[in-house]
Design a protein around this ligand. Sequence first.
Ligand code: 5RP
Length: 243
Amino acid sequence: MKTSGGSDAMKRRAGESAAEAVTDGDVVGLGTGSTAAHAIRRLGDRVDAGLDIRGVPTSFASRELAAEEGILCLDLPEAVGPDGPGIDLAIDGADQVATGSDGADDPVSGGALIKGGGAAHAREKLVDAAADRFLVVADPSKESPRLDRPVPVEVLPAGRTAVAAAVREAGGEPTLRRAERKDGPVVTDNGNLVLDCEFGEVADPAALSATLSSIPGAVENGLFVGLADEIHVGTESGVRVDE
Ligand code: 5RP
């Protein structure tokens, strides 16, 4: 599974802290990435010890890991359909977490996220938004007063150049994400491509997300605004939980 920097021990502390918030009978959104994987492994240990939960994976990789860990999984349509149990909480990582330039209460950007380093942000946003509570797991390298990393945008393959032109029009510089060890583009679990769009510092994440969502052919963008309920940050010595 892709790791995007930060100490693995700190990621583990964050993931395991969030996994402790899960209680018997819960339906749990299972995020993607190396930090969320620590939460899934801890949930697997708790299932071995008798915890009764069902997972809703956000990617092929998180489904595979859940299966290895003995966690029974539901598909998202089953979980949130009219007769479904819903999702009690989701645990997911982030590539950047805005602390807000005026502290966590910054109404413009505090708690906003950039996700999609693992190209899973479309399903992650569906699952994380559907959950009653969304717990973000991160290490301190992910924290920043304002979001300034490139924003991933999943695009329909046929819409790639049209979306890239619209992103430029909106003030961004798009780059097609290429696979690290293969000669070709990254293809998402949904069969789409990813444009990493450089906008510099994002002054208003909600406004930029709305702009990106309005582009025909753009399936989903990696700005997660107003979704996080708790942020578990693994540190050198423990875990800090921001609400
Ligand atoms: C995948 C994601 C991941 O949650 C994000 O890339 C963080 O990954 P990691 O925990 O490995 O640093 O958004 O699409």
